[in-house]
Ligand binder design. Structure first.
Ligand SMILES: NC(=O)c1ccc[n+]([C@@H]2O[C@H](COP(=O)([O-])OP(=O)(O)OC[C@H]3O[C@@H](n4cnc5c(N)ncnc54)[C@H](OP(=O)(O)O)[C@@H]3O)[C@@H](O)[C@H]2O)c1
Length: 339
């Protein structure tokens, strides 16, 4: 059983704890949160008491020999520094997305964990969705034929609920509207299916939000393997997460997180539905198995760094007024030549 400290007990930090334990009792045999690091203990106390988490500072968690790993659920700009500090203290690290806001920072965090011989795992939870795994298998098996285009949409009303001074709304943590927090999931999914991105052209607008955050952000991608791509995030509409991949034989679409529809060029269509799946529990248990050395965490760090590089290029394109930006860094090509 891996003993972990949760760092940040906001909305998502609590979600991660609840995914693997109930009232302090582990749900499985892989990972158990025993400590929590927060800055404001009063707000976190009721939850921490219920989950039997010892409250303290990040620094106290790092020097506690009874903590094997830290799980970072903190603002984006804090991630790379906290990863480096945890690695230097000999802790394994699970960190929420995005790993960093620049490729240089992402590579530095990855290098720190490698130098310390510690596991670094990213919370790209949508990779664990059974419907997404099925879509990816279809693409890699060539069932859609040569891939022409892929597109992803992630939308919600999140921006309408943020306070004007929320970290999530500011340029330091969310420099491209919803692309930083939400679109990074879409970018990661497309990189997992289609491999590295060559260049990006992006735009971002504030149509309705009155806080300092864009609500309407989109990026056109060109993949090195040939296809085009499009990723959009909206911060002031109804919630949806969708993904479509178009090939010369037909297309596959995830209209939501639990369905996959495959439509052949003839018009024949098959709909597959999958049970609701706890991706947070799956990713944390995969992290624990990687810490024990039983398996490799299934999100390659090359892909993670490349996703950050695409995000950075998108931000640069937005700031330049829409200039096409090439993407630094390398990701693996998951299907040499099949699309
Ligand atoms: N995978 C997913 O689907 C998903 C979904 C939602 C969020 N997330 C990710 O989870 C992470 C946390 O998001 P969240 O929604 O939980 O945010 P949140 O509710 O604002 O919580 C962030 C926590 O971090 C702590 N913190 C540490 N340093 C901070 C700082 N400098 N400024 C503000 N807070 C700081 C805060 O606690 P103290 O003030 O007590 O320190 C706070 O409880 C982000 O990386 C986000 O992208 C992932």
């Amino acid at each position: 059983m891996i003993r972990a400290a949760i760092v940040g007990l906001g909305g998502w930090g609590r979600r991660l704890v609840v995914a693997v334990q109930e009232d302090g009792q582990p749900r499985g045999s892989e990972i158990h949160f025993t400590r929590a690091a927060v800055r404001s203990a009063a707000r976190a106390r009721p939850f921490a008491d219920r989950q039997r988490l010892q409250l303290g500072s990040f620094e106290e968690c790092l020097v506690d020999p009874a903590v094997d790993a830290v799980v970072l659920a903190t603002p984006h700009s804090a991630h790379p520094g906290q990863v480096r500090a945890a690695a230097a203290a000999g802790k394994h690290v699970f960190v929420e997305k995005p790993l960093a806001l620049t490729l240089v920072e992402a590579e530095s965090a990855i290098a720190a964990c490698a130098a310390a011989g510690r596991v670094l795992a990213l919370g790209h939870n949508r990779r664990f969705l059974p419907a997404f795994r099925a879509l990816r298998e279809l693409v890699l098996a060539g069932e859609l034929g040569s891939i022409l285009h892929a597109e992803a949409m992630f939308a919600g009303a999140f921006g309408l609920a943020y306070a004007p001074d929320a970290w999530r709304a500011g340029d330091a943590d969310a420099p491209a509207g919803g692309l930083t927090a939400m679109g990074i999931h879409s970018l990661d999914a497309l990189i997992d299916c289609l491999g590295p991105v060559e260049d990006v052209t992006a735009q971002s607008m504030r149509r309705v939000l009155t806080i300092p955050m864009d609500d309407t952000t989109s990026a056109m991608l060109r993949f090195r393997s040939g296809p085009s791509g499009h990723v959009a995030t909206l911060m002031a509409t109804a919630w949806t997460w969708q993904l479509r991949v178009f090939g010369v034989r037909g297309y596959a679409v995830m209209p939501d997180e639990t369905s996959l529809q495959v439509v052949e060029r003839s018009g024949a269509s098959r709909l597959f539905t999958f049970p609701v799946f706890d991706t947070e529990r799956a990713e944390l248990e995969a992290f624990a198995r990687a810490v024990r050395g039983d398996e490799t965490y299934p999100v390659p760090l090359g892909d993670v760094a490349h996703g950050v590089a695409v995000l950075e290029a998108a931000v640069a394109s937005i700031r330049s007024g829409g200039v096409r930006m090439s993407v630094g860094g390398e990701a693996r090509n998951p299907h040499e030549g099949s699309c």
